[in-house]
Design a protein around this ligand. Structure first.
Ligand code: MN
Length: 407
């Protein structure tokens, strides 16, 4: 069972998602291999997962939540059974390949989890510093709390959609610098935020904080995430309670959840933090993930340009610290919750994770080959994220996260 070398979905990946293929339209649990989708519901019907005594509803389901809720021992076991099956070309089921392998381009991929709650962190130091410089004060860009806790806001789960969903430019209240009174208008500063989403895989208990060292047990896997933002609406509304309508009109995530098991080889040791955080934010082995991230900007005229190359390891607060902080007051996390990283910017302009930073508030337009320019996203433009860990046959990718802005 060879696949094209360089595919995001090598045998080391085996992510989980939800697809439908038009045959009756029911949503079914799937994995990805090469450029194909594996119909896991079909393989269950044929007995491939008989060791686990599953209900049909685990595999024929609108979301992965019920599957995730079975726990890591089970979900890891299923992933291993899929890998073993892919390594066994003589298995009788391969005679029926056309019944369970579908070209990814020919099926519909759906939002993989029912998201109860969504939190967006603010964990990249370069991003927080850049935004602080532009929105507030060059000399005191990073607020005093930032190096003591993983700052976050509660987002809106109902408006998170899967890759491929297009959306209308939001309207709202805007008050540009130098203008006396606010006015109502479509946003003129529509932006993306390059982020990773951790999908919660285990309920935590209300009033029982999760230890930073045990936070890994609470994560099922990761996806690419775009926290679409209307900078002008955000700028006028965000003091004193933070982001609201400048953020909650639309967010998007990639369709495949790449498991923690698949990403295990890409853990990298995190730097020592200065100042040292409080005890509850201390981890014995603080790690980040080495995942290369790219952003492409495609204009409505079809010009496409790579505008950012960043990495998930460009964050200051680890996922363990984010979860420990989120639950330290007794707040409960539930299966399917999404914890997004915050915009992942590196130190230099080529690694910034938003247009606000790349164009420095609109001062430095992006130039395209046909002579057109952009400071923010215009109607008809498309933003594409890609994420990859490793290379060659061991490569683990996240697929693409694509959205087009409608007029
Ligand atoms: Mn964000």
């Amino acid at each position: 069972m060879d696949i094209v070398e360089g595919s995001d979905f090598s045998i080391h990946n085996i992510p989980f998602g939800i697809f439908s293929n038009g045959k009756g339209g029911e949503k079914r649990m799937a994995s990805a291999y090469g450029d194909e989708v594996i119909d896991l519901a079909f393989l269950w019907e044929q007995g491939l997962f008989d060791d686990f005594k599953f209900d049909r509803r685990i595999f024929v389901n609108d979301y992965l939540n019920d599957f995730i809720g079975l726990g890591k021992a089970v979900t890891s076991g299923v992933r291993k059974a899929i890998i073993d099956f892919l390594k066994t070309p003589e298995h009788a089921l391969w005679q029926r390949r056309d019944d369970f392998m579908w070209k990814m381009a020919e099926v519909e991929l759906h939002l993989p989890v029912s998201i109860g709650d969504y939190t967006d962190f603010y964990s990249s130091e370069a991003h927080a510093t850049n935004v602080g410089k532009m929105f507030r004060d060059e000399a005191n860009a990073l607020l005093p709390n930032w190096k003591h806790m993983p700052v976050a806001y509660h987002g809106r789960a109902s408006t998170i959609f899967v890759s491929g969903t297009n959306f209308k430019r939001p309207k709202g209240q805007i008050k540009p610098h130098g203008v006396e009174t606010p006015y109502f208008s479509p946003t003129r500063r529509l932006d993306f935020e390059l982020e990773m989403a951790a999908v919660i895989g285990k309920d935590s208990e209300w009033q029982k904080p999760v230890d930073a060292n045990e936070a890994g047990d609470y994560i099922f896997g990761y996806a690419l995430f775009n926290d679409w933002s209307a900078r002008d609406i955000q700028h006028w509304e965000y003091v004193p309670l933070g982001p609201f309508l400048g953020k909650n009109f639309f967010s998007s995530m990639s369709p495949w959840i790449v498991t923690c098991e698949a990403l295990e080889p890409f853990k990298v040791k995190a730097n020592v933090q200065d100042p040292p955080p409080l005890d509850y934010l201390q981890e014995d082995n603080r790690f980040l993930y080495d995942i290369n991230l790219k952003v492409y900007f495609q204009t409505r005229e079809g010009q496409k340009k790579l505008i950012s190359t960043s990495n998930y390891k460009n964050i200051y607060w680890s996922i363990g610290q984010q979860i420990a902080h989120h639950t330290i007051n007794g707040c409960q996390l539930r299966i399917g919750d999404v914890l997004a990283s915050g915009t992942i910017s590196g130190e230099d302009v080529g690694s910034f994770g938003s247009l606000l930073e790349i164009t420095w508030g609109g001062k430095n337009p992006i130039m395209f080959e046909d002579g057109s320019t952009r400071t923010f996203v215009e109607d008809g433009d498309t933003i594409i994220f890609e994420g990859v860990a490793g290379a060659g046959k061991a490569k683990i990718g996240f697929g693409k996260l694509i959205n087009t802005v409608l007029g």
